[in-house]
Design a protein around this ligand. Sequence first.
Ligand code: ITT
Ligand code: MG
Length: 168
Amino acid sequence: MIIYIGSKNPTKIKAVENIFSEFEVKAVEAASNVSPQPFTDQETLIGAVNRAKECAAKAEGVIGIGLEGGVMKLGEKMLLCNWGALVDETGEVYVASGARIPLPREITEQLEAGKELGEVMDLFTKKTNVRKHEGAIGIFTKGYVGREAMFTHVMELLRGQYEFNKKV
Ligand SMILES: O=P(O)(O)OP(=O)(O)OP(=O)(O)OC[C@H]1O[C@@H](n2cnc3c(O)ncnc32)[C@H](O)[C@@H]1O
Ligand SMILES: [Mg+2]
């Protein structure tokens, strides 16, 4: 079985490899077809599904994975939100979301002003490519849960549902 992951972000590739370690994992570009900075749960979920479907269409009999990051409003707070989708060899779609934590006010203000979280996090931490390393979730949890770990949990939820349905 070949697994296609629709991203070149190393945190996403590693999360897929961690959970499908016995299979060949191929990283390819896949369009989310949502805004670069999704602002709702719904938009983030759709982005993940779009990427997974594009991946599953790359070849016969493969599994496609989409992992998408965004933010969502909950009352006065803005939360990190992440979604994953797995499209299996028959076209069945499985979805799962990642852990959520609220973002500090100074971050949400910049997102509301139209900036992308990736850029805001690099400015905030004075680092480069936070999104390819610990991610915002890693920064605001002092490294307890990084982006790879969060996406790895999403992958467990996806593989588990797939196997339950297949009665593996
Ligand atoms: O190459 P792709 O797969 O697109 O990976 P990405 O890092 O851009 O990640 P997403 O498109 O899934 O995330 C959507 C936006 O949110 C940002 N983002 C999401 N989660 C983040 C995190 O934990 N840390 C920093 N930026 C994050 C990201 O930079 C984008 O601007
Ligand atoms: Mg992106």
